[in-house]
Design a protein around this ligand. Structure first.
Ligand SMILES: NC(=O)c1ccc[n+]([C@@H]2O[C@H](COP(=O)([O-])OP(=O)(O)OC[C@H]3O[C@@H](n4cnc5c(N)ncnc54)[C@H](O)[C@@H]3O)[C@@H](O)[C@H]2O)c1
Ligand SMILES: O=C(O)C(=O)C[C@@H](O)[C@H](O)[C@H](O)COP(=O)(O)O
Ligand SMILES: [Zn+2]
Length: 358
């Protein structure tokens, strides 16, 4: 088992990673709780809920709530249902929520914890590759029909317990999705890691390689959120690929593209815009070929560019309704740049035509 400690100016918590640690969750809790609510989705529930529950003794009050799997569950409706469950189960201020699942469960369960009785403790138990990103750093949220993660807060967990063995049951699509965020982290912070990832074939990845990649990703994420917990500066770089990515997820309907699929396309676009703004050469072609070889969906039909741009303007980084994109001056040299609407429209139009052609 490995342990990484996150220390921000206000919080400190541990991330534990290892095989089969889900069976011993109780050992990782920082204190005794009056009751526990495990939140998972209907896929993860069938796979891992009993293992996690088995960690607690029969005389402890352990409840569970199950939400439908998928992005459309990150909604005000599901959030309200979770609050209803928590009240009915009698959770008090000494209770704990456990978010057992991918980023959807992590984000909504964390947001439920951050607001239940004005805030109770929660731990993240990520079960997807992508959730190496979502479980660290304390961004919790639900979606609005008009935008991703529009309702949320910064609310760090008291621990992250990452049983990497659970990743063995992920589908190929979810493996792809998770790697999009690892590559994002490599682009902004670690060139050697980027090249390692570009030489990885996702369909033949070993559990050991995967664990190494996850640890690299977590280290990058940890060092950024430790220095800028509330995204006043460098944390914005973790949004590389998300300005378009989030707009695509919203416009296509939540769950049509996975978050990672949308971020992969958003990252390609951010590389193109970076090349145009900084007249530099970035590894666009290398990344594009890698995405293609690993079967990422790159064709976007019937997109309304005006609507996409409108959504990019309501992104959380926007200032005075002007799109702010994370761009790269060079690989591992991110910066935030305001992009003019007309330039953006033209670049997006060319980019989308190029994707359709290939
Ligand atoms: N808070 C943050 O900092 C942050 C960072 C990145 C992403 N996110 C959010 O995370 C969400 C995406 O997370 P995700 O990709 O994990 O999606 P997800 O939670 O929907 O999980 C993807 C799918 O995999 C299934 N699944 C989960 N674990 C499994 C397992 N071990 N075996 C088999 N199937 C499993 C789920 O049921 C689901 O169908 C998005 O809402 C995104 O906005 C948040
Ligand atoms: O941790 C962060 O900060 C990130 O931006 C990580 C992203 O991968 C993640 O998708 C995040 O939820 C996006 O945040 P948002 O503020 O743009 O909603
Ligand atoms: Zn993301």
């Amino acid at each position: 088992m490995k342990q990484i400690t996150i220390k921000t100016s206000t919080h400190s918590y541990n991330i534990y990673t290892g095989k089969n640690i889900r069976f011993n969750v109780k050992e990782f809790l920082p204190k005794k709780y009056s009751s526990i609510l495990i939140i998972s989705d209907d896929t993860v529930n069938g796979l891992y809920l009993d293992d996690v529950k088995g960690s607690f003794s029969a005389d402890e009050q352990v409840f569970h709530s199950v939400i439908p799997s998928g992005e459309s569950s990150k909604s005000i409706h599901t959030y309200y249902q979770l609050q209803t469950d928590a009240i009915k189960f009698g959770l008090d201020r000494q209770s704990l929520i456990i978010a057992l699942g991918g980023g959807v469960v992590g984000d909504i369960a964390g947001f439920a914890a951050s607001t239940y009785m004005r805030g109770i403790d929660y731990i993240q138990m990520p079960t997807t590759i992508l959730a190496h990103d979502s479980s660290v750093g304390g961004k919790v949220a639900i979606n609005h029909d008009l935008g991703k993660n529009m309702i949320g807060s910064f609310y760090p967990p008291v621990a992250v317990v990452y049983d990497v063995h659970t990743l063995q049951s992920l589908s190929e699509r979810e493996i792809r999705s998770g790697y999009a965020e690892l590559i994002k982290e490599a682009f902004i912070a670690d060139e050697a890691f980027f090249h390692t990832l570009m030489s990885t074939k996702l369909h033949e990845i070993s559990a050991e390689q995967l664990e190494m990649h996850l640890l690299e990703g977590i280290k990058i994420k940890a060092s950024i959120v430790e220095n800028d917990e509330k995204e006043t500066g460098i944390r914005k770089y973790l949004n590389f690929g998300h300005t378009l990515g989030h707009a695509l997820e919203t416009e296509k309907g939540y769950g049509t593209l996975t978050h990672g699929e949308a971020v992969a396309i958003g990252t390609l676009f951010a590389l193109r815009v970076s090349e145009s703004v900084f007249t530099s050469n970035l590894p666009y072609d290398i990344y594009y070929e890698w995405l293609k070889n690993n079967h990422y969906p790159l064709h976007l039909d019937h997109l309304n560019i005006e609507k996409i741009i409108k959504m990019m303007k309501s992104d959380k980084k926007a200032v005075n309704k002007q799109v702010q994109m994370v761009l790269l001056r060079n690989i591992t040299e991110p910066t935030v740049v305001e992009v003019d609407d007309q330039d953006l429209k033209q670049l997006l139009d060319i980019f989308l035509r190029e994707l359709v052609k290939n």
